[in-house]
Ligand binder design. Sequence first.
Ligand SMILES: *Cc1c(COP(=O)(O)O)cnc(C)c1O
Length: 367
Amino acid sequence: MDAEQTATLPTFTIEPTTTPTDAARRAEILANPVFGRAFTDHMAVIRYTEGEGWHDAKVTARQPLTLDPASSVLHYGQEIFEGMKAYRIAGGGVATFRPEANARRFRESAARMAMADLPEALFVEAVDQLVKIDSEWVPSGDGQSLYLRPFMIANEVFLGVKPASEYLFMVIACPVGAYFGKGCVSVWVSEDYTRAAPGGTGAAKCGGNYAGSLVAQAESKKHGCDQVLFLDSREQRFVEEMGGMNVMFVRDDNTLVTPPLTGTILPGITRDSIIRLAIQKGMKVEEAAVDIDELFQGAASGRYKEAFACGTAAVLSPIGTLRRAGGVATFGDGETPGAVSVALKKALTDIQTGRSNDQQNWVHHIL
Ligand SMILES: *Cc1c(COP(=O)(O)O)cnc(C)c1O
């Protein structure tokens, strides 16, 4: 760890809101939470200034920001984020899942975008503090959780093109239900757009990657699909990932196949967790390039039996069909989630919610 990682960390000032959401309204929101629409009462904020480091850590009432119109994020897009969840644990308590992995990835994203290095302990502490003060917002229904959104923006007031000297790190939270609902999603294979190129920002969790993927996502809707799958930018031949989720396939020889982390794919924590669980279940795992033509042929021949997308928001989302200009690949009957997908999702969510043993020490208890 470098000096900044071990330096004395600022302590949080806690300023509870004077206008909390009333309990009846909160209960109404928690009964049927819509992803990303209703937020909790508080937010965590930490400021960074070059020379001074991280300072003014606080948890305060959620409120709009005041930003100078010349703030650098508004012009050059120095912005990164994370996505993680707090779950109610079976038998009591609230916990997040592998938060130190999010903290580490956040540092890596910051390094790629030439942004300030946030100590991992400070990241985890900010999330813990927010979950504590807004714990009544953690829903308890099946598939429900409190989605946490840590993010950082460059807020130096300067139009010169260079890494900013001031940053704002924040965490906001919103209760969420199941992301895609039940059944399988249909996925459009984009042959017009790519998500990331070698040497680019594909492995960093930055807002710009999402901005660049939205037109492809809109294209997938035009073709009647729910999501978009990107291919590699060099040859348009190998499967990369979805707009915001990694992708995996189950082959008929009990093998889980997923594209390797070559720098153009976001290193998902769900991806990593599922790989480990699959190995534990006795499956073979291949992190190997997946040729899109072979995948379409393999779906037809039965060699590729299942496909799914994975990420924090949806956890694991079975793919029923892949479509492209040249045809359709159907996995299973195209509608029913496959047995391996169902088993892996259950194994992961059982750990996240404390219904099964946390052998890997992945669960971070907060309350
Ligand atoms: C966040 C993200 C993922 C999934 O990562 P998790 O850590 O599993 O949530 C996959 N792909 C992209 C592009 C992402 O931004």
